[in-house]
Design a protein around this ligand. Structure first.
Ligand code: SF4
Length: 426
């Protein structure tokens, strides 16, 4: 099956906003003027709405009344965010759109300090095992989606997973992140077997799963067998875009899975992609508000990076500056969050990891998978898996992290947020 190309995705297109109309026209060759008017009229109100907001009043309106400069307004907002760990949606939108270079540096210093306050200079290392690249899902951006016939599929055997953990344990890792596509082969029984094996061999280690959407009952079984954490990025809260990116899936079901994970007591990871086509500031603020409300213990944010064998190969990848800005804002909105400097960040810029750490990231996840399969877990173009992205290169990782002024921490590195929040979603 091949999905409809962007050019013919009429339903999605009719739901796009005024702000992005020009961009759409460039990107997907809408020629008719009446089409554009239809898009504007249909979409603008719905698009502008963000259901949730903070309790705090707008700083912007107060400062504008008093005739303050943009720089002064930026500083006031950043100071407020630093102290209160929140800012109303309008102010967030304004800040993202208007922040100047000097104010960005000021923001980054505040988010770095916020990380230091709760976690010190510690950077937690997790051993990542990519154990299957089979996936039943249809995510348009992903190089291992079910419809990419060029993907070289593999599943690690139990023995290979065990050997990867042994190597990790000997190196000193005490969190194992098992990541895979949504592969029906790894049903509950098989996952229970794997997790039990790891817990038996490394009883003090933490196990994190990143294996996608499952039923509440399935999550419950995994929790009972000892899984500590679960990563499930929400990708985007723009429901129309979510539908276009995942034509066979619904954002509501994603959200429900995240709520179930929180309810079951997992340290839960949400997160979004930066630089998706047509993304606007309102979309980013909706994503930030979503995670502020969900209170995940971990947030994974990385740039969208194109993959040559997907429908989205002709779109531009996300950029470093916006990704760094979002990481910094997440740290300030959720001061106790565990925030990885992702491989995607290191892939788009050779200083990406350092820049992520400097704005408040505190986790890295070097790759422990058998080297023979690393290239096959190709979610996006040029994904790094060697050098200091390889878990075996521990000395190199330590040198790099310490060279930036941080401490490599091999402990479990649990979230400081655990158990302290109640979810308010209905
Ligand atoms: S993003 Fe995840 S769920 Fe989607 S196709 Fe890729 S591996 Fe599968």
């Amino acid at each position: 099956m091949k999905f409809k190309s962007c050019e013919s995705s009429g339903d999605f297109m009719t739901n796009l906003s005024k702000d992005v109309t020009t961009k759409i026209c460039e990107d997907v060759s809408i020629k008719s003027k009446s089409d554009i008017v239809k898009i504007k009229n249909k979409f603008i109100d719905e698009y502008r709405r963000i259901d949730e907001d903070s309790q705090f009043p707008s700083i912007l309106s107060e400062y504008v009344k008093n005739g303050r400069s943009s720089k002064e307004i930026c500083k006031a907002m950043i100071d407020f965010l630093y102290v209160n760990n929140d800012l109303c949606n309008n102010d967030l939108i304004w800040l993202i759109d208007n922040i100047d270079e000097e104010s960005r540096e000021y923001l980054f210093s505040k988010s770095g300090k916020t990380r230091d306050r709760y976690y010190g200079r510690n950077v937690y290392l997790r051993g990542l095992i990519e154990f299957t690249n089979y996936c039943k899902r249809e995510c348009r951006y992903c190089g291992i989606n079910a419809f990419n016939k060029k993907a070289n599929r593999y599943r690690l055997t139990m023995k290979e997973i065990e050997e990867s953990c042994d190597i990790g344990r000997e190196l000193g890792y005490s969190t194992f992140v098992l990541q895979g596509g949504e592969d029906p082969y790894f049903n509950d029984d098989r996952m229970i077997e794997i997790v039990s094996m790891i817990k038996e061999k490394c009883p003090n280690s933490a196990v994190t799963l990143s294996i996608g959407e499952r039923s509440y009952e399935s999550y419950m079984k995994l929790k009972e067998v000892g899984v500590d954490r679960f990563l499930l990025r929400h990708e985007t809260t723009n429901e129309n875009l979510y539908k276009w990116l995942h034509p066979l899936s619904e954002f509501e079901s994603r959200k429900q899975c995240l709520l179930n994970l929180k309810k079951l007591g997992f340290q839960t990871g949400a997160g979004f992609m930066v630089g998706l086509p047509w993304y606007s500031t309102v979309d980013y603020v909706r994503d930030l508000r979503f995670i502020k409300k969900l209170q995940p213990e971990m947030v994974g944010i990385g740039p969208f990076i194109t993959h040559e064998d997907t429908d989205m190969h002709h779109y531009k990848s996300g950029d470093l500056d916006t990704t760094i800005l979002m990481l910094s804002l997440v740290r300030l909105l959720l001061p106790k969050v565990l925030l990885p400097a992702t491989t995607a960040l290191a892939t788009i810029d050779e200083n990406g990891r350092k820049k992520g750490l400097d704005v408040g990231c505190n986790v890295i996840m070097p790759n422990l998978s058998p080297k023979t399969h690393r290239k096959d877990y190709s979610l996006y173009k040029n994904k790094k898996s060697s050098g200091s992205e390889s878990a075996q290169a521990l000395d190199m990782i330590k040198r790099e992290i310490e060279g930036y002024g941080y401490i490599c921490n091999m402990s479990r590195g649990d979230s400081k947020l655990t158990g302290s929040y109640t979810i308010k979603y209905k």
